[in-house]
Design a protein. Structure first.
Length: 463
């Protein structure tokens, strides 16, 4: 059989029809209202588990206020810069007034970059790979690029008019887009080619078209940018309006490209991360088994990676881990993935007492949510008090982290090797997930940057 990524959990349509769970300590609610389908019961149980995990996370009011207070000096810098511009222009010193505008912008962007960098380092120290880390890294890259541009403008000198300021602000993002055009174009072609290879090897599915869709969207955005930039010229009201529209487009493209680069970087770092200590429980994520009940090579590599890590940590003095085999039974599978993994583990020297089954999950979200239930019932402790790891394919590690966080577990991932053409589509899938799950902070970052530029433009126009 081919190395089929059935778990690429697009989340592939596997239903759970197995009843055999000799080790599993998870049971469905006996009082669940009937009639209800088995699949709906699993979905509801997974949602309840993730909701309970979310409620168990303490909300730090002090942290919220600390972040809010850190923004005040940056906003004051903009206000002081605007005031200095007004006073200097009134005294006839227009060039110094423009410098004050650029100084305030540089202070704001540098301060924002420091905030994002500190958050990023804190997440990295905690091995908290996921959408929060990607959003911080992408926003940091965007702020640094803008800071570098306005630092150059500060050294060059101020602009003589509102129109030139609008052009300069628009160019701050446009230059980044232009500089990244060829690298991003290469990435778009790579995604297109990898999707063709993925479809040829693994068959046609909508999820395998994500790279092609991204390439088309990126090309369309750049064409729109060129059309807006070339159609309108001059200093009239209509031209200023279109330059403002150009500002919205360029900032959006630049921020999106920064987030994509951050997604690729975080996915690569997550796949290379190895826990520096042993874990109490090691979850192996299922991804399909053969018709004879044996794991596919893809799943075998995940199990082998978990066994190798456990053996390495035991040799260094850590306690042996309990393996959590997580995976339900698909309609074309003779047994559950969990039971198949358990058999494979025992064939490779892992004792039966060190194996716990979670045989209900059909998606990565359910893998983590149900595994948390199994772990807590087996250990009689909250999962937050335990060291938990998980083993999956390298391109899937970041998704594992994201789903573990949603389930309320600060688990650390291990990645096994797989074929090259899965990687590019995995990047785009996580990028799409980032836009869905972190759309609020992304929109807030985008809105703050645009509003600052529009605010300074208004100050210049009204004075």
């Amino acid at each position: 059989m081919s190395d089929t990524p059935l778990d690429y959990k697009a989340d592939t349509a596997q239903s759970n029809g197995g009843d055999y769970a000799p080790y599993s300590t998870v049971t469905l609610d006996a009082d669940a209202p009937a009639p209800i389908s088995r699949k709906r019961a699993f979905d509801r149980a997974a949602k309840d588990a993730m909701d309970a995990a979310a409620r168990s996370k303490p909300v730090s009011v002090k942290r919220i206020w600390r972040r809010f207070l850190l923004l005040i000096p940056l906003v004051l810098a903009l206000a002081i810069g605007s005031y200095a511009y007004i006073q200097l222009k009134a005294n006839g010193n227009l060039e110094e007034g423009w410098r004050s505008i650029y100084v305030s912008l540089c202070i704001f962007l540098a301060g924002a970059a420091v905030l994002f960098a500190s958050a990023l380092m804190r997440l990295h120290r905690r091995s908290w790979y996921g959408y929060e880390m990607i959003a911080c890294a992408g926003s940091l890259l965007f702020c640094l690029a803008q800071f570098a541009f306005f630092s150059v403008m500060l050294m060059r000198g101020g602009d003589p008019s509102l129109w030139q300021f609008l052009v300069t602000v628009s160019n701050s993002a446009e230059y980044f887009v232009l500089l990244s055009f060829f690298p991003m174009g290469f990435i778009a072609l790579l995604l297109f080619a990898s999707n063709i290879s993925l479809i040829r090897h693994e068959g046609f599915r909508p999820v395998n078209l994500l790279g092609i869709a991204f390439g088309i969207a990126w090309a369309a955005a750049n064409v729109l940018l060129i059309l807006v930039g070339s159609t309108w010229s001059g200093v009239g009201v209509a031209s200023r309006a279109m330059q403002t529209v150009n500002l919205f487009i360029t900032v959006g493209i630049a921020l999106g490209e920064c987030l994509l680069v951050a997604t690729m970087l975080c996915a690569w770092l997550a796949s290379r991360h190895v826990p520096q200590h042993g874990v109490d429980y090691l979850v192996v994520l299922g991804c399909g088994i053969r018709s004879d009940g044996k794991p596919f090579p893809l799943l075998q590599r995940r199990i082998d990676r978990a066994i190798a890590f456990d053996a390495e940590r035991v040799s260094m003095g850590d306690e042996p881990s309990v393996f959590v085999c997580s995976g339900g039974q698909g309609p074309d599978e003779p047994i559950s993935e969990a039971l198949s993994m358990s058999d494979y583990l025992q064939e490779n020297g892992v004792t039966r007492e060190r194996i716990v089954l979670e045989d209900r999950s059909t998606t990565t979200n359910e893998n983590m949510a149900f595994s948390r239930e199994v772990i807590e019932k087996h250990a009689h402790r909250d999962a937050g008090e335990l060291r938990v790891g998980f083993s999956t394919t390298n391109y899937h590690v970041l998704r594992g982290y994201v789903c573990a966080h949603k389930a309320g577990m600060n688990a650390e991932g291990l990645g096994s090797k797989t074929r090259y053409y899965f990687w590019p589509n995995a990047f785009i899938r996580e990028f799409a997930g980032l836009l869905v799950w972190q759309w609020k902070p992304i929109v807030q970052t985008y809105a703050i940057i645009v509003l600052i530029y529009l605010y300074l433009s208004s100050v210049i126009a009204l004075v």
